[in-house]
Design a binder for this molecule. Sequence first.
Ligand SMILES: Nc1nc2c(ncn2[C@@H]2O[C@H](COP(=O)(O)OP(=O)(O)OP(=O)(O)O)[C@@H](O)[C@H]2O)c(=O)[nH]1
Ligand SMILES: [Mg+2]
Length: 263
Amino acid sequence: MEEPGTVYFTGTAGAGKTSLVRAFADWMRSSGYDAAVVNLDPGSETTSLEPAVDIREWVRLDDLQDEYGLGPNGAQVAAADMIALKIFDVKQAIEQEDADYVLIDTPGQIELFAFREASKAIVDALSGDRSLIAFLFDPALARTAAGFVSLLMLSATVEFRFRLPMLNVLAKSDVLTPEQLSELATWAEDPSRLYDAVTRDAPTPDVQLSTELFRAIETMGPLAGLVPTSAKDATGLDALYQGCQRVFGGGEDLEPSHAPRTE
Ligand SMILES: Nc1nc2c(ncn2[C@@H]2O[C@H](COP(=O)(O)OP(=O)(O)OP(=O)(O)O)[C@@H](O)[C@H]2O)c(=O)[nH]1
Ligand SMILES: [Mg+2]
């Protein structure tokens, strides 16, 4: 049996990770694909996600805070270490789901997730050959050229840490105008357009810094676009699925495991 396609959803705090996991799982199921949702955020209070596997069965942020008198960030750090210790139980629980796709929601504080050794161990343990990271661009940041560049750099940092294929995804695209959406699409396709926008926006353009940054962005290779999605309107989810498939299967589509729902 082929191993499942595993997608980690990551991005800055409040980028829309949990909502997108939920919307994508719903879309997959209604399109006939078999998806299991995993919550890896020990601080998540969201009940609407209804994960098949929930890290909070093993590690809970509020318990850690109470027990050890930790603040929310200290508790996240401790939680990552504790999750790493339990990771083979978690892996087993995920395997028992026997799903074609595993959609993993990750903690909101991206630096606590991406920059901890424990998280690297967690991702290494849960990832096979068919794994990718969906990195969410929050429009609140992505809609300015400087914010867009910051997110590209953060996405590259996450890639550098985890060494997994990345898919850059625009979340909450419903809050952007069509003009803003097409501008973001050109930035994602053509670094020189982004460079022009950054230097245009900057009141006193630091040309040296911008040039160096863009040299780095260009050598990172093709950005391969930015998939616009909205969990609110359930749009872009088919494109997100195609993006995942391109990474997993060289573009081949997986047959739905059951007939799509018709409602
Ligand atoms: N307009 C709009 N709002 C959205 C969308 N997705 C999420 N939101 C809102 O954005 C906020 C954050 O959404 P979450 O899904 O909790 O984001 P998150 O990245 O999981 O947040 P943390 O885990 O707390 O970092 C909530 O107020 C959501 O209602 C969307 O597609 N469109
Ligand atoms: Mg969340």
